[in-house]
Design a protein around this ligand. Structure first.
Ligand code: C2R
Length: 169
């Protein structure tokens, strides 16, 4: 099936983070594709990867640590939405966060929290929910169910019974 989400990581060392993202996408049955390519170390490979992915995907998720120029570089080569995930490799991930979030006007990147791999998947699914394929995949319903399941698990972990005012899910 044609992938909807293109995932690019700056190094193979980022793959455990990408796995947390693909786990959520898989649970939502969102098809995805993944490549390892760096704006710094392998710019030609990155260019080729984006050209190929752009024929297929509707949205990108780019993971990078340190001087994380990868998501911004992806955004410079596509008009499709790019979600950037800063990875905490050095300086507690603040270097990567600032590199991703401070894009110049005209070339936006949607920055997630440091190591926010799961939210990247959920955010991508939320954007895709409004598209034709997203509607076919019932992404809106699946995201609502996912949130309700988590809330129910939290209530269940309460020491006391939830008060009657708390709506049952
Ligand atoms: P290594 O573990 O391979 O030394 O990489 C990667 O995303 C990784 O988190 C350390 C970190 O360098 C990051 N990296 C970038 C870019 N390429 C690799 N930030 C880039 O092009 O922005």
């Amino acid at each position: 099936m044609k992938p909807l989400v293109g995932i690019i990581v700056g190094s193979k060392s980022d793959l455990p983070h990408a796995a947390k993202c693909t786990e959520v996408l898989d649970s939502l049955e969102v098809p995805h594709t993944l490549a390892v390519a760096s704006a710094h170390r392998s710019p030609e490979v990155l260019e080729k990867v984006i050209k190929e992915m752009d024929q297929q995907v509707e949205i990108y998720i780019a993971f990078a640590g340190m001087a994380a120029h990868l998501p911004g570089t992806v955004a410079s080569k596509t008009v499709k939405p790019v979600i950037g995930v800063p990875i905490s490799v050095s300086l507690s991930g603040l270097d990567a966060l600032l590199s991703i979030v401070q894009m110049p006007p005209g070339v936006p990147v949607g920055a997630m929290a440091i190591d926010g791999a799961k939210n990247a998947a959920i955010f991508a699914a939320g954007i895709l929910a409004a598209t034709e394929r997203g509607k076919k995949l019932k992404l809106g319903d699946k995201l609502t169910q996912m949130r309700a399941k988590r809330a129910a698990e939290d209530y269940a972990a309460s020491e006391d019974e939830p008060s009657p005012e708390v709506p049952k899910i």
